[in-house]
Write a protein that binds this ligand. Structure first.
Ligand SMILES: NC(=O)c1ccc[n+]([C@@H]2O[C@H](COP(=O)([O-])OP(=O)(O)OC[C@H]3O[C@@H](n4cnc5c(N)ncnc54)[C@H](OP(=O)(O)O)[C@@H]3O)[C@@H](O)[C@H]2O)c1
Length: 298
């Protein structure tokens, strides 16, 4: 499908708390893997030029040595690249970030952050982004048997929200019982979980419940699916190829369109380090799938 002149507005909008964002956003995890900072900056500016106003980031998106252990040279933090590309920030830009674990490059393990340690992670995000508040902070949990409550950590973030450091709160990598616990403490505007056309896991019920509660559901790895950090596969289910051919679209665009068709509260945050892919992903917001196509996709 042609990508020219299609902006993120084509995907429609959703309201997160008191802010309205376009449903086609941009995930910044992969910009740290760009061969140089200039390219990462170009990718971010391209997304915003195309009308993207919802960015997802984290201070632990750093390369080399961070969650994406690739590249070489000096550390590049995604929030610092965002600042270099986009500060001074437009009032329209909504930047979501996440806290809750620290990545240990030596062991490759994610160590859960204590409730008391969350403030330092929030402050690190503020510092690296160069902002005095964060639009949205997701509590990203590391599920561990026997240590499964989000209450204490979510209450710590709610206190930082009350102190004015954070405007809105969300949850990531959670189940419905975590959402119930958190909502008893403070408003939750989004749930960010791993979900893709061919990697739905047990997420369908939670996705629907978020819609019923007026909460955004924000899938990560919508393109990468089960390959996760390894990135998008070259192979896709046959139905994806068939729908792509019918629309003159790429399989990746069909995957993103399918994501957006899962409900008006579903927001896309595809990640890429390639400016051309940014434009293709934004254009996927204009792709309208028929009921028959959605059934075939599954
Ligand atoms: N809450 C959490 O725990 C969590 C975990 C992981 C990620 N996230 C967030 O979710 C976002 C999305 O995840 P992600 O970036 O890992 O995965 P993704 O969006 O599912 O897929 C990214 C992969 O797709 C490729 N790609 C993107 N657009 C493409 C296109 N138009 N055509 C062909 N290939 C394309 C990328 O390669 P190229 O770079 O070559 O385009 C990369 O390999 C992240 O950026 C991050 O903000 C959150």
């Amino acid at each position: 499908m042609p990508t020219h002149e299609i902006t993120a507005a084509a995907a429609g909008s959703w309201t997160l708390g008191d802010r309205t964002v376009r449903r086609m956003g941009f995930g910044t995890m992969r910009i740290t893997a760009a061969p140089d900072a200039d390219r990462a900056i170009r990718v971010l500016r391209r997304a915003v030029e195309l009308g993207v106003d919802h960015l997802d980031t984290a201070a632990f998106y750093v390369s080399p040595g961070g969650t994406l252990n690739v590249g070489s040279g000096p550390a590049r933090y995604a929030p610092e690249l965002i600042r270099a590309a986009l500060a001074p920030y437009s009032d329209d830009l909504f930047i979501a970030t996440k806290v809750g674990f620290a990545y240990d490059p030596a062991t490759g393990l994610r160590e859960e952050t204590s409730p008391a340690g969350l403030r330092a992670q929030v402050e690190e995000n503020l510092r690296r982004l160069g902002r005095d508040h964060l639009d949205l902070v997701n509590l990203r949990i590391v599920k561990r048997p026997g240590r499964d409550s989000v209450a204490e950590s979510f209450a710590a973030l709610a206190a930082l929200r009350d102190a004015g450091l954070i405007r809105h709160l969300g949850l990531s990598n959670v189940r419905l019982d975590h959402l119930d616990e958190a909502q008893a403490i403070a408003p939750v505007v989004c749930v960010q979980n791993s979900y893709a056309l061919d990697n739905r896991g047990d997420q369908d019920a939670l996705l629907r419940e978020c819609g019923a509660r007026g909460i955004a559901y924000v899938p990560f790895f919508a393109l990468a699916g089960a390959r996760r950090e390894a990135g998008a596969a070259a192979e896709h289910p046959a139905a994806v190829h068939a729908v792509a051919r019918a629309h003159g679209a790429t399989p990746h665009q069909v995957r993103l369109a399918w994501t957006l068709h899962q409900g008006p509260h579903v927001l896309a945050i595809p990640g890429t380090g390639d400016p051309e892919h940014v434009a293709q992903n934004v254009a996927a917001g204009a792709l309208r799938l028929t009921a028959g196509e959605l059934a075939a996709l599954g």
